[in-house]
Each structure stands twice: as structure tokens, then as C-alpha cells.
Design a protein around this ligand. Structure first.
Ligand SMILES: Cc1ncc(COP(=O)(O)O)c(C=O)c1O
Length: 424
């Protein structure tokens, strides 16, 4: 009998009468062994984002009384601009505390469509927009909607670790395209051409890029589009850092002739408006795909929180000076960080063109990335990420976020310098 199989035992005699209620029967049972957790096999293929693990380790060291400079996590250290916070508070008072449509509130979808049309130079309508809790769900939902087991997905490596995690989770084949320092971490289009096969379903590009700060040029993007040609391959264009660009103009592959229908733009509020904890992002895509992504929302989250969406309208339509201030401040910190890293023995660092990360080459230290990141955290009190947290091609690098004050960045640089002088 099944009960025996799972090791249930009866501690009292079972009631004889069938008329005894089911609840009473249950109350006489105790369990002698913990239930075995039989996870679905796919869970073993799910990756993670090391930044959160390093943050936990750093916090544990702080609890022991150590002082840590946090350069591991990818979130702006600025407060969400006041006008946005006030719009959310007002929305709560106005009763935006209920479910809304799965694809997002119509007014926010309209505001996003207008904003993205202007910034990308392509006309989008609100039925091509789906609002989701953060940028991340667009990665997951796009792949759930498009990628079958055995399909191939090409993604940048080093790159945001969730791409590879999701591809593997879905049983698809993860095909990394290496990003190399000598190309300023822009993918090589000839290499991309060699990786495309009949099974390629999706290509992920990310510019400005996490973790390298690399930015694809307009020519790169035209070359990528040319290589894809008229094949039935979709492009997930992760543009979440598009407002954090230090040189030139952003350019989206959706603006290339024939690519509006092939592109899913991922963008959101987390980085541009310092709203990481609000959980609000969006995808912009052809409306027939948007319908399916909205259905995934119905099945998972129902909708993004309504009052945060009202604040999202204010973020897009309101004053933009705070965003520009953050961009300039990140640029200033990047310059301090890169300059400082280049003075440290064994480190060399290119100037990132966007986002808020630096990605120094540490091969001359002779240390593997993970070991060096661990030692710098434990012994120098600086939390950074190993390049390998972003894939195998991240070996030989560390990632330092510059989402911290210049004062703290200088402290971190000093500490790493002292540490290398002692240990290398
Ligand atoms: C490249 C990239 N895409 C997407 C995301 C996800 O953003 P969100 O926090 O809005 O989910 C991040 C966050 O770090 C990122 O770096």
C-alpha cells in the first residue's frame, strides 16, 4: 500500500467505523521520516546570479564586524527620484491597489510605446508592449514562448547569467558567442555567422553590456542583421542599460529594415530610474507575440503591481534630470575606477562605454578569477564578482560595479592595491 511506501505509521489504532470523519482519521497519523524532495529534473539545469550570493557572503562578514566596500551588486545606489515615489504614494491613496490587465495598464503601455518609438526611431503601438515585474521576466517569457527543447540559442559570454540559465532550464542548447577584450567586448560578426545553424531559434544581444560595459556600434548591429538575413530567427535585444551610455547614440536592431518584427526589446525602470526594488520592466515586440507573453503573465503573476505602474507613467513622462545626473555620475566614477585599476599590479582595464561596470583583466596577477574575487573579499574587504560568474569566457576578469560613491571606490582601490603589494 502507498502509505507504507512513504513510511507513514499509525500511532493509534485506526478507527474501525467508516463513519468516522476524514479529519479525525488524519489526526491520528504521525510521520516517522521526512518526505523526500523529488525535484523535477529541470531544476538541476537552473543556474543563478552570483551577485546575490556574494552579497550574502559580504553581509555575513559585516556581521562579524568587518568593513566591506560593496562593488558586487548591479543596482544604482541613488534613491528613486522623488516625483516617482510621490506618484506611487498618490496612486496608493487613489486606490490603485487592485488587479490590472495582465499586459499592463493601458496608459503605461501607451507611455512606453511613445517613449520607445522616440528613442529607437521606430513606431510602436501600445498593443506591442507588455509590462512585467522587472526586466528579467521578459528573458524567461520570451524563451518560454519561442524556444523548444533542442533549439539553439546564441547568447553573449561573458554575459548576464540568466540567459544561459534559462536556455539550459528549457532544455535548449546554449551556444555562447565569446566577447573579447581586444574587440572592446563587441561580438565578432564572422564568429556569429559560424554559430548560426538551422536550429538557431533566438539570438540574444545586450548593449550596453553587463558585465563588460561593451557597446555595439551601429555598424555592428547592421552586420548582425545582415548575418541573420531573412531567416526565421528572433532577436532578444536586452537594452536595459540604453540610457547609461557614455559615448555616441544608442541604436536598436529593431530600427533595421525588416527587424522590427524579429526583435523583442527588453527594457525597464530598474537601472534608468533607480527602481530595482519596484520590479517593473517591459518587453516591446510584435503584437501577436505580445498576446502570448501577456498570457504567460496571466498564468504567473496576473499583473505587475498597479500603483507602481502609475509611478512608471510619471517616470517616463516626468522630469528626466535625475536620470541624466546618474549617468554623468556613473561616468565620473567609471573614470576614477578605471584609472585606479590600471595603477594596480596585475590589473589592466579598458574604458567601458556604457552601463555601470568595469571589467579589468587580471591574468597578470597569475590568479584565477574566482580565487582572486574570494581573496579580495575575505582579505581586503572589497566585494567584487569573478568574471566566471558571467560564463566561461569571463575567466581572467573581475567585475566591479561603480554603483558606489567616489570615496568608497577610492577606499576599494587602496585596499586592493595594498593587498596585491602584499600577496603578488
Ligand atoms: C543585462 C541585464 N538584463 C536584465 C536585467 C534584469 O533587470 P531587472 O532587475 O529589471 O529584472 C539585468 C539586471 O541586472 C541586466 O544586467
Amino acid at each position: 500500500m502507498r502509505l507504507q511506501n512513504v513510511n507513514w505509521i499509525l500511532t493509534a489504532t485506526m478507527p474501525k467505523s467508516r463513519s468516522v470523519s476524514r479529519n479525525k482519521k488524519m489526526s491520528t497519523l504521525t510521520v516517522s521520516a521526512p518526505a523526500r524532495l523529488n525535484l523535477a529534473r529541470r531544476m538541476s539545469r537552473l543556474g543563478t546570479e552570483t551577485a546575490f550570493e556574494v552579497l550574502v557572503r559580504a553581509r555575513a562578514l559585516e556581521k562579524q564586524g568587518k568593513h566591506i566596500v560593496h562593488l558586487e551588486i548591479g543596482e544604482p545606489d541613488f534613491d528613486t527620484p522623488k516625483n516617482i515615489v510621490e506618484a506611487a504614494v498618490d496612486a496608493l491613496h487613489m486606490g490603485y491597489t487592485h488587479y490590472g490587465p495582465s499586459a499592463g495598464l493601458p496608459d503605461l503601455r501607451e507611455a512606453i510605446a511613445e517613449d520607445v518609438s522616440k528613442s529607437r526611431g521606430v513606431k510602436f503601438t501600445s498593443d506591442e508592449v507588455v509590462v512585467v515585474p522587472g526586466g528579467k521576466p521578459i528573458i524567461f517569457f520570451t524563451m518560454l514562448a519561442l524556444v523548444e527543447e533542442g533549439d539553439e540559442v546564441i547568447y553573449p559570454n561573458p554575459g548576464f547569467p540568466i540567459y544561459e540559465s534559462m536556455i539550459n532550464f528549457l532544455g535548449a542548447k546554449a551556444v555562447p558567442i565569446p566577447l573579447r577584450e581586444e574587440r572592446d567586448f563587441r561580438l565578432d560578426v564572422n564568429e556569429l555567422a559560424d554559430l548560426i545553424t538551422d536550429r538557431t531559434k533566438l539570438i540574444i544581444i545586450n548593449s550596453p553590456q553587463n558585465p563588460t560595459g561593451g557597446v555595439l556600434t551601429r555598424n555592428d548591429i547592421y552586420d548582425i542583421a545582415t548575418v541573420i538575413g531573412d531567416r526565421d530567427i528572433m532577436v532578444l535585444s536586452d537594452e536595459i542599460y540604453c540610457r547609461l551610455l557614455f559615448e555616441g547614440e544608442p541604436f536598436s536592431i529593431s530600427a533595421v529594415d525588416g527587424f522590427k518584427d524579429r526583435t523583442i526589446i527588453l527594457d525597464g525602470f530598474s537601472k534608468t530610474y533607480a527602481m530595482t526594488g519596484w520590479r517593473m520592466g517591459y518587453g516591446v515586440m510584435r503584437s501577436d507575440l505580445a498576446t502570448h507573453i501577456a498570457r504567460l503573465m496571466t498564468n504567473s503573476n496576473s499583473c505587475t503591481a498597479s500603483f507602481t505602474q502609475i509611478a512608471g507613467i510619471e517616470a517616463i513622462r516626468g522630469e528626466q534630470t535625475a536620470t541624466e545626473h546618474m549617468r554623468l555620475e556613473f561616468q565620473r566614477r567609471r573614470d576614477v575606477m578605471v584609472n585606479g585599476l590600471n595603477q594596480i599590479k596585475g590589473f589592466s582595464c579598458r574604458l567601458p562605454k556604457g552601463a555601470f561596470y568595469t571589467f579589468p583583466n587580471i591574468t597578470q596577477t597569475g590568479w584565477p578569477s574566482k580565487k582572486l574575487a574570494d581573496a579580495i573579499l575575505d582579505e581586503a574587504g572589497v566585494a567584487a564578482l569573478s568574471g566566471t560568474a558571467f560564463g566561461a569566457f569571463g575567466e581572467g576578469y573581475l567585475r566591479f560595479s561603480v554603483a558606489n560613491s567616489i570615496e568608497n571606490i577610492n577606499t576599494a582601490l587602496d585596499r586592493i592595491d595594498q593587498w596585491t603589494k602584499k600577496n603578488l
